[in-house]
Design a protein around this ligand. Structure first.
Ligand SMILES: Cc1ncc(C[n+]2csc(CCOP(=O)(O)OP(=O)(O)O)c2C)c(N)n1
Ligand code: SF4
Ligand SMILES: [Mg+2]
Length: 275
């Protein structure tokens, strides 16, 4: 394990952009630490990696890390990422998106990036809410939750991001929480190495907005909830639907080989135009 000082010096724009904007106890910083550690452990050169985000609290992450970075428009991280991967396939392309960013406004881009199997490691920080804009309902807000935009209770059923990704064709689909940080780090490493569209949903608490409707006392309680309510994929296979109610299944949910988009694209270019 590399020293913390080395990680801070090497990977954070600490003299330029800090202090960061995140609230005390937010899960996004924990993910950022796991991402940096995973990148360092896998030995990627900073020049060979690109991190792209949309807009949101999670979308702010590329501002703080010293890779090639792009902070784009809400819901469009995957469109920029697809263009970058096609223009320069040698780059390791990653996105970080919020739940709203990825599957509300960006939902169509998400489905089609999975269908095309573009080689992007896609990290979705699911805090069950629109954090940045003041706590509105997102597609992963629980049914019945009282939020800024559903003061009498959310009438929409919530969405399973991983099931959507798997059905749409993603080559790698996994889920982790920020509580299980070492496990999270390993899954980030696996997503980075996948030669296709890799989706890692990360359950990350928003203590400022989601804490109230999840009826939890503090960021610590939110992380304790992640610990107490998570079950591994293997354990989940032994459990009934009733036993799985309210649980978060963590681990690898899909891992398969499919032709990826940029390799097919360059093969076609070579055949037709001798590029
Ligand atoms: C086209 C467009 N529509 C709406 C917004 C306003 N907006 C900014 S962030 C956001 C939602 C953020 O929620 P999420 O993606 O879950 O990220 P979080 O802040 O929770 O990390 C919205 C609606 C915008 N910036 N651009
Ligand atoms: S509003 Fe929520 S998601 Fe945004 S920084 Fe604060 S705690 Fe984190
Ligand atoms: Mg969110």
């Amino acid at each position: 394990m590399r020293e913390t000082a080395h990680l801070i010096h090497n990977y954070l724009r600490s003299s330029k952009w800090f202090p960061h904007i995140w609230c005390a106890g937010c899960g996004i910083g924990i993910f950022m630490q796991a991402l940096i550690r995973a990148i360092d452990r896998e030995g990627y050169s900073k020049d060979d990696i690109v991190l792209i985000s949309g807009i949101g609290c999670s979308g702010r992450l590329p501002v703080y890390v010293d890779f090639n970075t792009l902070h784009t428009t809400h819901g469009r991280a995957l469109t920029f990422a697809t263009g970058i991967k096609l223009a320069n396939p040698r780059l390791k392309v990653m996105t970080v998106m919020g739940d709203g960013d990825a599957v509300a406004i960006g939902g169509n881009h998400f489905i089609h990036a999975a269908r095309r199997n573009v080689e992007i490691a896609s990290f979705i920080l699911n805090n069950n809410v629109y954090g940045m804009t003041g706590g509105q309902t997102s597609p992963t807000t629980p049914y019945g939750a009282k939020t800024a935009s559903s003061p009498y209770g959310n009438l929409e059923p919530d969405f399973d991001i991983c099931r959507l990704a798997e059905a749409a064709g993603a080559a790698f689909v996994a889920r982790a929480t920020v509580y299980h940080i070492r496990f999270l780090e390993r899954l980030i490493g696996m997503a980075l190495k996948k030669k296709g569209f890799a989706v890692l949903e990360v359950i990350a608490q928003c203590p400022t907005h989601a804490r109230r409707f999840l009826q939890l006392e503090s960021p610590v309680e939110m992380m304790k909830w992640q610990k107490d309510n998570s079950v591994s994929v293997d354990k989940a296979k032994q459990m009934s639907d009733a036993e799985l109610e309210g649980k978060t299944v963590i681990g690898i949910l899909a891992d398969r080989e499919r032709p990826n988009y940029h390799e097919q694209y360059y093969r076609l270019l070579g055949e037709k135009f001798e590029v």
